[in-house]
Design a protein. Structure first.
Length: 153
């Protein structure tokens, strides 16, 4: 196995592991409010620890709920509450599933173009053979991961 493939496998394991460890969403009140209330820290106490006004804490909690808060601000708030701020981009499925889905799209496009030319010569493939060819090509594409895998056709 070459170095590039080994590195890709490490990235895939890292992403899939992180996806399995994260919770399935943000609490309705947001993490700042939820952790603050769980720890029994008042808005005034949190403001004092940060050296800001109560209004700034309310604003930060609102900004989190509206998804306009900065990562730096979330880190500071977590730190003063004795917590860690963690963020991530988690695939909706496994990395391998996502790669195969994209490879199938690419393969379907390639096979259909070829099949269209063959149809002009009255040599078009049946739908069963066409689907088998798409799946086989998709596996090859996913394995090779060409640089244009995610390029729009």
């Amino acid at each position: 196995m070459n170095v590039k493939k080994m590195m890709i496998k490490q990235y895939v394991r890292l992403v899939d592991k992180a996806a399995g460890q994260l919770l399935s969403g943000i609490p309705p009140e947001g993490w700042i409010t939820t952790v603050r209330k769980a720890l029994g820290i008042s808005v005034q106490q949190l403001a004092g620890r940060l050296g800001v006004s109560r209004g700034a804490i309310y604003q930060a909690e609102q900004n989190e709920r509206s998804k306009t808060i900065s990562i730096g601000q979330m880190e500071k708030l977590a730190e003063v509450m004795g917590a860690r701020f963690v963020y991530g981009i988690i695939p909706k499925g496994s990395v391998e599933e996502m790669l195969m889905d994209q490879a199938r799209l690419k393969a379907r496009s390639m096979i259909r173009r070829t099949n269209a030319h063959m149809a002009l010569e009255k040599q078009a493939l049946s739908s069963d053979i066409l689907n088998d060819e798409i799946e086989q090509l998709a596996k090859e594409i996913a394995e090779k991961r060409p640089s244009d895998l995610w390029a729009d056709d």
